[in-house]
Design a binder for this molecule. Sequence first.
Ligand SMILES: Cc1ncc(COP(=O)(O)O)c(C=O)c1O
Length: 380
Amino acid sequence: MEKIRQRAWVEINLEALAQNTRQIKKILSPQTELMAVVKADAYGHGAVRVAETVLQAGSSSLAIATLAEGMELRQAGIGAPILILGSSNTVAEIEAIAHWQLQPTLCNPSTAEMVAATMRRLNQTLPVHLKLDTGMSRLGTPWYKTEEFVRSVSQLPNLKISSIYSHLATADDPNTTTMEEQQRRFQEAIAQIKDLPIPQPQLHLANSAAAIADPSYHYDLVRVGLALYGLYPAPHLQPKVPLTPVLQVFARVTQVKTIPPGTGVSYGHQFIAHGDLRVAVVGIGYADGVPRNLSNRLQVSIRGQLVPQIGAITMDQLMLDVSTIPDLRVGEVVTLIGIDGNVEISADHWANALGTISWEILCGFKHRLPRVSINQPQKN
Ligand SMILES: Cc1ncc(COP(=O)(O)O)c(C=O)c1O
């Protein structure tokens, strides 16, 4: 379907994605690799397209959350190393991971034994990544048991310890006390294994925020998601690296009408017209990823001008007060997220209004919205 025929769509600027990738690479030392986090359909941007672009622009590997996400990338012909960040606990999953040449995260010695037994039966060796819990209290073995964990896995056949990693809980906080404590624990974990007779695994700790904030968190690779998509994990990190948002969301006006004073708008009549009101109906709703909780709080842009959204956002449509654009016509484009003339509306605006984070906004755009790529970088 052509863009011109869409009621609403997400535009993905692949050149911006490539630029962000290069900008992040620039702040890393030459020996630090960039692992692009492309889970959740690349934060709603389209995993395959994003993976191809970031790999071409300097990322060495990919991270995803689930087996199915990895299979999608392999089926699309992507050959780069792919780490599954989630935990894989069944024999069937491990068989599929081996088949698709994906790399699992191991969180404890007993899962490692199951994986090794499965790989021995398949007569193959699998690269694995050992996860330490240094303070996130999510996946991983506690950091103070690192030696026992690594030693036991290193003695198992058919496994190769590719990396040892941990994840930061507060890297976007300008107060770095907790992050520093996690780093101290990670260092302690590394010290525990320095004398083990094993090939040196890669070490990694940083997400976008830590990668941007402080080079001492870079280690052998950084796992970067949000920053590649052009958003900052926190405002104080903005001066450190120039990033450009990759995703824009557009929809079309589907009807324009004038309603008289006292008329209610949308379900529940949460909005009542005080005078004659020019109303535009737009073909996008909460089933596309515009949160219903933004009702009466959202501003969108038309012809480079901000206009307020009014009444409850419905499943497929929402209404605008377009009294300031009396000659607005059906078919005109509404910018929900993106740049329109001098107006810029970002996922951060939505996140702030909702009391959530931009990660959730980006992941919230549904597959009903076609992803349209623009500015595909030239292959070199
Ligand atoms: C383990 C792990 N590493 C890295 C990332 C990337 O984080 P960010 O998008 O903040 O760069 C995530 C994302 O949630 C993650 O779960």
